[in-house]
Design a protein around this ligand. Structure first.
Ligand code: F0G
Length: 464
């Protein structure tokens, strides 16, 4: 009998290292001031643990670096393209594979082809860039999260699911002919990196089929989603995770991917589908802005690394380590009484700043204040998902409270070890001793569009 070890280890050893940016608290105090309390303005060298995003920040394997060296840089018909295409066809089953430089390029192309005024795109939840591209085309992006997704404290296995009944009511109200596409984002990044169950994918597919609406997956984190199905959904415990992923894709009519996540690379993406009319139009746009059909804005070496990464990501030892690291961070925070979206997501943990810092009013940006405190105390960079990012503005330009105040701690793939995560938990332990010591912020200036990237803030005068 094989012994069942309690310790889940990182299933890799480290071949190449990069130093971390060590700074003192005093230096970080000055850096924050100079950066106007906006973490996007801080040089990465001045960050100790960078949890800003899991996108393009992962470590490639030795096999992927080997692929980089043998990448075929031919303009047309490169061998690396065929390796990429074969891997994606084998995984997803779609006939048409279109390479792009990152996820949003696929979104821009797809919604230029199928979007437009008077149309609606429905989803469990659109990611921000997806929503922006849908809206840029003139169409409307409408989300149908399940109710339990909005109850952060109460754990549920598949908080990424779509509310199928609400989707159906909407289809009947607006007419299926005005809805060219339903999107299932796996995992659901906007709502805590939570997975979608196979049962829910099947229900949405069945609904869409009855109304003649194609369903696509936004599959940036498909492998994490498939592994959650294996862990949590009845009937999948013994199923190889690659087969679970293939079953997810079989339900869909197409997919697009930001390869910067679950393809374990620093840049890249693709659009894959069966509809030849859509793909022909997409290829026209591809050639206009991305590049020829067999490289789409990427170097041959990038295509090679993606092909290898798509295989590695489905190794179960990797996924076990990956999902365990996020859960470990989440459990550590809960032990310190830090409220999170429970359970932890696949690619990280989302802290509920509204609950952690009830003394800070929404107009003083509790989630941004927490993100700044994390940097000040521990050199940790995270991202605010709250009033600064999503708050609507009144006619005087003042921010109105967003529905949620979250700080996302996204974990880069294969980059940090358990002691890095232990350190993050310790920093939270310090903050949790005196949350009231964290002060609110106020805006000095903020642009209309995507204010969180460039807004300037300062400590609030009167705020608690
Ligand atoms: N779809 C999802 C679900 C995403 O999470 C992202 C990116 C995209 C599409 C767009 O892909 O960045 O390659 O153009 N998410 C990153 C993040 C930026 O930090 O969550 P991209």
């Amino acid at each position: 009998m094989e012994h069942e070890w309690k310790t889940i280890i990182e299933p890799f050893k480290i071949k190449s290292v990069e130093p971390l940016g060590l700074t003192t608290r005093e230096e970080r105090h000055n850096i924050l001031e100079t950066a106007h309390y906006n973490l996007f303005n801080i040089r990465a060298e001045k960050v100790l643990i960078d949890l800003l995003t899991d996108s393009g920040t992962g470590a490639m394997s030795a096999a992927q670096w080997g692929g980089i060296m043998v990448g075929d840089e031919s303009y047309a018909g490169a061998r690396s393209y065929y390796n990429f295409e074969n891997e994606i066809k084998d995984l997803t089953g779609f006939a048409e594979v279109i390479p792009v430089h990152q996820g949003r390029a696929a979104e821009k192309i797809l919604f230029t082809v199928i979007g437009g005024k008077g149309r609606y795109i429905i989803a469990n939840s659109h990611f921000d860039t997806t929503r922006a591209n849908v809206e840029f085309s003139g169409a409307a992006a409408v989300d149908f999260p399940v109710k339990e997704a909005l109850d952060f404290d109460k754990p549920a296995p598949f908080k990424g699911n779509a509310d199928v009944a609400a989707m159906e009511r909407f289809i009947k109200e607006k007419g299926a002919k005005n809805i060219p596409l339903a999107v299932m984002t796996v995992t659901n990044n906007s709502l805590g990196g939570q997975p979608v169950s196979m049962e829910n994918l099947k229900a949405v597919q069945e609904l869409c089929r009855r109304h003649g609406i194609p369903m696509f997956l936004d599959c940036a984190r498909f492998a994490e989603n498939a592994y959650f199905i294996k862990l949590r959904e009845k009937g999948y415990a013994q199923c190889p995770v690659r087969e679970i992923a293939q079953e997810m894709f079989e339900l869909a009519d197409g997919t697009w991917m930001s390869a910067k996540k679950d393809a374990l690379v620093n840049i890249g993406g693709f659009l894959a589908l069966n509809n030849r009319d859509w793909s022909a139009k997409a290829r026209q746009l591809l050639i206009l802005t991305e590049g020829f059909n067999t490289y789409g804005g990427l170097a041959g070496r990038d295509l090679e690394a993606i092909a290898i990464g798509l295989r590695e990501v489905l190794e179960e030892s990797y996924l076990q380590y990956r999902i365990r690291s996020s859960a470990y961070l989440g459990e550590g925070l809960l032990k310190h009484g830090v409220p999170i979206i429970n359970p932890p997501g696949g690619h990280g943990v989302y802290v509920n700043a509204k609950k952690f810092l009830p003394h800070i009013k929404p107009e003083n940006f509790p989630a941004q204040a927490l993100a700044c405190a994390l940097y000040l105390e521990g050199g940790i960079r995270s991202v605010e998902i709250g009033t600064l990012m999503f708050g609507k503005r009144d006619k005087n330009g003042r921010f109105q409270a967003a529905p949620m105040e979250l700080v996302r701690l996204a974990i880069p793939r294969r980059v940090y070890t358990q002691s890095h995560i232990d350190y993050v938990i310790e920093v939270f332990g310090l903050l949790a001793k005196n949350p009231a010591g964290i002060k609110g912020l106020e805006v000095v200036e903020a642009p209309e569009i995507l204010p969180h990237f460039t807004a300037r803030l300062k400590p609030a005068e009167q705020a608690a």
